[in-house]
Design a protein around this ligand. Structure first.
Ligand code: KG4
Ligand code: ZN
Length: 331
């Protein structure tokens, strides 16, 4: 009999559901919340309300796209954390209700682990072998992780302040770009030259820091705008290229150090920022075996939750109905 996993993702501002049959993706539905665009960031209360409004339709659409009846589901996997508590609660309550109503196992998934485990989907893209080095770069996290198995994740380094995605979004906001600024900055960066330089952080070990860059961009813009009030408008593409180059160089430098320290040559990327073309290009020139997720699997999606859930299901790692969502949870 086939193992059919329904994955549910509601950790931030995307309501998503996916169906995985024996490790193969049959449906992957994401409803992006555009409500936050005008606020320069995700408004938690708006996000949880939007999840409540969308979750039923998103799950139903994923089942009908996969041509699966809910009574045929083997298990339901959902994002337990990390994320916004109100958002996580919606997925948690929905998954628990399905588990109870259908009498199928409930599987709680760690969002950041799932960003890396998406590479194991038995479909179009190449799969890494354990052990490997993971770089998770999203709006909330930036971590270098040693992954020895689907259930063994060791954080080697992480950001001490802002996440890489946050660095894109916050500097993008200074440049007048709407939230999330990362994808727009990526597009504009391709049209410009990285001619402005910003101070580099000096952070020990494999940890990251992006708050210094943010401050450096802020002071640079202030001083240039004193001379030319239209400085941003006149230099937008070059500014985007320069900020992107600074963020990418911080990330790439640490990846190189981690490869040297661990001897692990397979580097697996996950999280929204792994869509960044500058980061992809820079890592491609390093002497590593690089695993880049196809673009639809970089930002938040439920395919990765279903995949991580499938691996836990195969290991018999189920969770009880008393399982709670966790806004902060260590990898
Ligand atoms: O993984 P994700 O969808 O959500 C979180 O778990 O946070 O990541 C969202 C982040 C945002 O900060 C967004 O600006 C960034 O990923 N992002 C990008 C690109 N696409 C998304 N940053 C840079 N370049 C991109 N192409
Ligand atoms: Zn994410």
């Amino acid at each position: 009999m086939a193992t059919i996993i329904l994955g549910i993702e509601t950790s931030c501002d995307d309501t998503a559901a996916a169906v995985l049959v024996d490790g193969k993706l049959r449906a992957n539905v994401v409803s992006q919340q555009l409500e936050h665009e005008n606020y320069g960031g995700v408004i938690p209360e708006l996000a949880s309300r939007a999840h409540v409004e969308r979750i039923v339709a998103v799950v139903e659409t994923s089942l009908s796209k996969a041509n699966i009846d809910k009574k045929d589901l083997t298990a339901v996997a959902y994002t337990q954390g990390p994320g916004l508590l109100g958002s996580l609660l919606v997925g948690n309550a929905f998954a628990k209700s399905l588990s109870l109503a259908l009498n199928i196992p409930l599987i709680a998934v760690h969002h950041m682990q799932a960003h890396l485990l998406v590479h194991f989907i038995d479909d179009a893209f190449p799969t890494p072998h354990f052990p490997f080095l993971g770089l998770t770069v999203s709006g909330g996290h930036t971590q270098l992780v040693r992954v020895d198995s689907a259930s063994s994740f060791d954080v080697l380094g992480e950001t001490l302040d802002d996440a890489a995605g946050e660095a894109f979004d916050k500097t993008g906001k200074m440049l007048g770009l709407p939230y999330p600024a990362g994808p727009i900055m990526d597009k504009y960066a391709a049209l410009g030259t990285a001619k402005f330089t910003f101070g580099k952080p000096t952070v020990a070990d494999l940890n990251f820091s992006f708050s210094g860059l943010k401050t450096s961009v802020l002071y640079f813009l202030r001083s240039e705008q004193d001379k030319d009030p239209d400085f941003i408008k006149n230099n937008l593409h070059d500014l985007c290229a320069s900020v992107q180059a600074a963020i990418v160089s911080i990330l790439v430098e640490k990846v190189k150090t981690a490869v040297k320290q661990t001897g692990l040559k397979q580097v697996v990327l996950g999280g929204g920022v792994s869509a960044n073309s500058g980061l992809r290009k820079a890592l491609e020139t390093c002497n590593i075996t690089l695993f880049l997720p196809p673009l639809p699997y970089t930002t938040d999606n439920a395919a990765m939750i279903a995949m991580a859930g499938y691996l836990k299901y195969k290991a018999g790692a189920f969770d009880s109905l008393s399982n709670e969502p966790k806004a902060r949870v260590l990898i």
